[in-house]
Design a protein around this ligand. Sequence first.
Ligand code: FAD
Length: 464
Amino acid sequence: ETALERDVVVVGAGPAGLMAARTLRAAGKSVAVLEARDRVGGRTWSRDVDGAFLEIGGQWVSPDQTELLGLLAELGKETYPRYRDGESVYISPDGARHTYTGSMFPADADTVAEMERLIGILDGLVAEIGAAEPWAHPKARELDTVSFHHWLRQQSSDEAACNNIGIFVAGGMLTKPAHAFSTLQAVLMAASAGSFSNLVDEDFILDRRVVGGMQSVSEAMAAELGDDVVFLDTPVRTIRWGGPEDTYAEYVPGMPVTVWSDRVTVVAQDVVVAVPPNLYSRISFEPPLPRLQHQMHQHQSLGLVIKVHAVYETPFWREAGLSGTGFGAMELCQEVYDNTNHGDDRGTLVAFVSDEKADEVFALPAEERRRLILESLAHYLGDEALSPVVYYESDFGSEEWTRGAYAASYDLGGLHRYGAHQRTPVGPIRWACSDLAAEGYQHVDGALRQGRLAATEVLSGAGA
Ligand code: FAD
C-alpha cells in the first residue's frame, strides 16, 4: 500500500471529479484522484461491442451546455449533429403509428392544445423558480408535496396530454414514474435546461455528440493529470478527519484528513467527494456525518433506464424518409433515435426502456427481453428493425459504482426539505456531482460545473 501526501483528494474520476482535479492542478495544488473502477469517465463509457463502437452512458450535448462546450474546445474535441432529417414517428395511445415533422406530436387537436397549454404553465413556473435554488421559492413546498403525475391531472383532464407531458420528465429524464417525484423536481429538471420548452425539444436536448465518444473527454482530462494523480481500481473506503474532539464542530481548515482506499492512503487538507449521492454511504466517514446529511442522503436515489443499442448494416429508415426519431408513451421503448456514429456506414438506433417498464423486462429471460424491445423498435421503423447485427443493453443498474441511470433525484418532498443543504461542506469534505447541479443537472455539463465549483471553493476556503 502506498502512502501519499497531497493538498486535495478527489474521490471519483467521473467528469465532476476530473474537472475538480483539473481546476485544482491549474491553481498549483497537488491532487490525487481515487477511482473505484478500472477506467475513468463514470457514467460516460464507450466500448467496442462485437465490432460496434457504442456509447454505453452519457453522450449528447445541447447548445446551452457551455461548460462542456468550452471544455470540448479546450481539449480540441469535435462534435457532430444527431441525424434528424425526414419524418419522425409518433405511436398514439391506441397503438396507431403516425409520421410527422416539427416538434409537436400529431396527437388530436384538443390534446395538442392541452399539451401546449401545459408546456406554457411549466415554462412560467420554470422562469419564476429557476434552477439555482428551487427550494427557496415561496411555492417550493406546495409544488414539492404533489407528484408530477397528480399535479398534471389537477391542471388538465386530457389524459393523453398529461401522459405525453409526464413522460418528458418521468421516463425521459428522471427515469422514475411520474408518481414518484414532485412537481418541484420536474421544474428543476426543466430549469436546468433553460425552459420546459427546451426540455421537450429533442433537437435542442439531443443536439450533438462528441467525435470519439463522451468518455474520451474524461480520458483526455485524466491523461493531462497523469498516472501519479489518477489511481484506478482504488475504491475509497474510509475518510477520517482527526480533530481534537472528533466532531465536525471542532474542524479548523487545514487540519489533516486521511483517505483510505484499497490501494493508496492519502493525507490531505481537503476532500472532494465526486460520486453520486446514493453511493455516499459506501464510504465510512469518521466521525460520522451529521444527522442532516445522514437523513438527506437517504432521500436521493437513482432512476432506472435501459439504453438499447441496435446496429444495422445500413441506416435503413433513412431510405424510407424517416429520421429514426420516435415517441410513444405506451410503447416499451418510449423513445428511439438515430444514433449512427460519426463516419460510420452502418446505422445505429438507440432506444430507452424506463422505470417500471425496465422492471418488467428485466424480470424476463434476456432473449425474451431482446425480442420485445426489437418488436417495439419495429413498431416505429418497420420489420427491418427486428434483425440488428449488433445488439446491446446498457445496464448501469447492475454496476456497483453507479446503481441506476441516469442520475439521482429526491423522493416526494425531499427537494424543498434538503436541497439547500446538499452542497454544504462537512469539515474538510465537499460534494460535487451532476446530481447536485443547477444548470446541467443530471448531465455531463452539470458534473463539470460542480467539479469546477467545488475546486473553486477549496481554493478560496469558502464554506468550510
Ligand atoms: P459519475 O459519472 O457517476 O462519476 C462518479 C465516479 O465515482 C465513477 O467513476 C465511480 O466509479 C466513482 N466512485 C463511486 N464510488 C467511489 C468510491 N467509493 N471510491 C472511488 N470512486 C468511486 N448526460 C449527458 O450530458 N448527456 C447524455 O446523453 C446522457 N445520457 C446518459 C445515459 C446513461 C445510460 C447514463 C447512465 C447517464 C447519462 N447521462 C447523460 C448522465 C451523465 O453521464 C452523468 O450526469 C455524468 O457522468 C455524471 O458525472 P459525475 O462525475 O457527477 O458522476
